[in-house]
Design a protein. Structure first.
Lengths: 141, 62
């Protein structure tokens, strides 16, 4: 590899950097929107508009994830899409179970459980699959 | 599918990371291909063959 190539970050690193930037901006905007929503609702300003305000940066975050998925290589995309499918189906299964148990055992389940559940399962599944594809890597250059 | 990617990479003196950068894929993908854990798509197999200046059937075999 020539010196110019050594100094230039690989396309993959640039993609990751871009994803962190986009995700970071979305997260910062989300925090700002939640704070603005809190104060605006206290003052009674435009309750509907300010209630939904944090949804805008959430949509930006989702768009950043979709762009990141599009830039992944074929194996990484396979891993991430399988992990996401598994997370979505597992969350759907949990929601059905909670629905069946509602009013009998556990009472009303907060819908906010979906967000951490789907991302948590997605993360664990993608980490497990990545480990599967990295197995036997000891001693490899 | 068996392949000679590790052998050809060794002959070229590249690390997995350098080959990954040349193919614009992750090191994990190169590792998985070399170890036969993952079979590359046809476009990636052609890219590998082009990089090593070989025919695709000289690198990959059933």
């Amino acid at each position: 590899m020539n010196p110019i190539e050594e100094r230039t970050p690989s396309p993959r690193l640039r993609h990751l950097h871009r994803y962190y930037c986009e995700g970071g901006v979305a997260l910062a905007l989300y925090i700002a929107a939640v704070v603005a929503r809190h104060y605006a609702l206290e003052q009674g300003h435009w309750p509907l508009a300010f209630s939904l305000l944090p949804a805008v940066p959430v949509a930006l975050g989702i768009a950043a994830i979709l762009r990141y998925l599009r830039r992944l290589d074929e194996l990484e995309r396979t891993i991430q899409l399988y992990a996401f499918a598994f997370a979505a189906l597992a969350t759907a299964f949990v929601s059905v179970v909670c629905g069946l148990l509602e009013d009998v055992v556990i009472g009303r389940v907060n819908i906010w459980i979906v967000w951490p559940l789907i991302f948590g399962i997605w993360g664990i599944t993608s980490a497990s699959l990545s480990w599967y594809y990295r197995r036997g890597s000891a001693g490899v250059a | 599918v068996k392949n000679r990617v590790r052998e050809l990479r060794g002959q070229s003196g590249w690390t997995q990371g350098e080959l990954a950068d040349r193919l614009e894929v992750s090191r994990q993908t190169v590792h998985a291909i070399e170890n036969g854990i993952y079979d590359p798509s046809l476009p990636l197999a052609f890219a590998i063959a082009r990089l090593f200046k070989k025919k695709i059937e000289e690198i990959f075999s059933p």
